[in-house]
Design a protein around this ligand. Sequence first.
Ligand code: ZN
Length: 161
Amino acid sequence: MQCPKCDTQDCFLCSIAHAQGKTTTKTTGSTSGAYYGTNGNAGMISGSHTSTSTSLTAFGKKAAPPENPLGPAISFVALAIVSNMIVHGIWPHLNGLVTLIFLGGIGLSLWGLYAAIRDQPRFRNEKARWEQSWICARCGEIFLPPERASLAPQTPAAQPS
Ligand SMILES: [Zn+2]
């Protein structure tokens, strides 16, 4: 798969790049250098190092699937109800205003839940699009393949050695 932006072949399916985020972030390099001793001897020294770069960890994050808004919405409703129960358990004789504020909080969280449910078709669209999307390892461009036909199973390019 070729990146439409920078023409490199270094592209991965987003789902693969996300799942293998940690392996793709690993970079192996080698360093070599010459040394000259004071007593006249000289030689070469070399070693290889493996490093995990945080900027490349961000690459795996960038390839992450869209988050379903339903998850946070449900936990927000649960949080509002539970905190309401706890506060009313501690202070059973709360004045009306505080109760009203808590009921408002529950109402708001329910409204958020409703919005998240209404948002599901958009989310499913985004998820389907993500499943077909590719990410460029060089410039980070996320793109859809030009033709569906080219979506044959492919494995990520071999690690540079
Ligand atoms: Zn690119």
